[in-house]
Design a protein around this ligand. Structure first.
Ligand code: ADP
Ligand code: MG
Length: 246
């Protein structure tokens, strides 16, 4: 399990480097439909998170996830800090017995559930949920139903997230700052969905490296998304979809 803890620290370091490399790209996306702070917020938060993870004495995956989550909550700020960080604190508890295909699915599901609890965004609202939802559902189906190996399942999840990010472009944003623009948000890629994809790509790289396995080519397949009826019952709690809600 200590190997998994070290891999978790390595994952955080990799993510921090990638986010730093994408800082201006993320800021550029956020300047089109937000306030141009997503790159800076995330780069600062992940750099501090990597420091905090490195400082852990005997890192295990749960401690790493929770330390990173707390650091992101306090350092990233904006709408996205509590979403990335708070969800990671909760999801980290799923890794108490280490990282297996089964606990990884539970981690992913809890993470998505907490993002949606906090942010109240549904699939199609033009947020990070549009990258996460297909990724998490594709990962779960690949592991549980198709019984594919973990690295391949994660590769499929990354592929699904990539298409989820592309899917945010034609959407009208209905949550977060971008929703203030109404129809003018159409035609822009969501910054939080994009940073979520980068994080998943680095998790895949770390997992493949840690397990000493190649990353398989995954043929573009339809991402798995939740049942539309199940989604509607979730929606029916009187949540308003109104455009100007601040
Ligand atoms: P802020 O909007 O406060 O400046 P950031 O720029 O760091 O925060 O993050 C913006 C990203 O946060 C958006 O691109 C979107 O993906 C995500 N986001 C904002 N509000 C929500 C929400 N309610 N649910 C899910 N994601 C959200
Ligand atoms: Mg912003």
């Amino acid at each position: 399990m200590s190997g998994d803890g070290e891999a978790a620290v390595a994952a955080v370091e990799r993510i921090a480097e990638r986010i730093e490399a994408e800082r201006s790209h993320l800021t550029q996306l956020d300047s089109a439909i937000g306030d141009a702070d997503h790159g800076g917020n995330m780069a600062r938060g992940w750099a501090k998170a990597a420091d905090a993870a490195r400082e852990l004495d005997a890192p295990d995956p749960e401690a790493v996830a929770q330390t990173v989550g707390k650091t992101l909550m306090s350092e990233v700020g904006g709408a996205s800090g509590p979403l990335f960080g708070g969800s990671l604190v909760f999801a980290g508890a799923e890794l108490a017995d280490g990282v297996t295909a089964e606990t990884a699915v539970a981690f992913a599901e809890t993470y998505l559930e907490k993002v949606q609890d906090r942010g109240d965004a549904q699939l199609g609202d033009g947020t990070m949920v549009d990258a996460l939802t297909p990724a998490v559902h594709t990962f779960k189906k690949s592991i549980e139903t198709d019984e594919r190996p973990p690295v391949e399942s994660l590769a499929r999840a990354v592929d699904a997230a990539e298409r989820g990010v592309a899917f945010t472009v034609p959407l009208r944003a209905r949550k977060g700052r971008a929703s203030y623009l109404g129809w003018r948000s159409v035609g822009h890629q969501d910054p939080g969905a994009t940073s979520t994809l980068f994080i998943l790509e680095e998790l895949l790289q770390t997992a493949a490296h840690h397990r000493d396995e190649p990353i398989p080519e995954v043929a573009a397949t339809s991402p798995t998304i939740p049942d539309a009826d199940a989604d509607e019952s979730d929606d029916s709690k009187g949540e308003s979809d109104s455009e100007g809600a601040a």
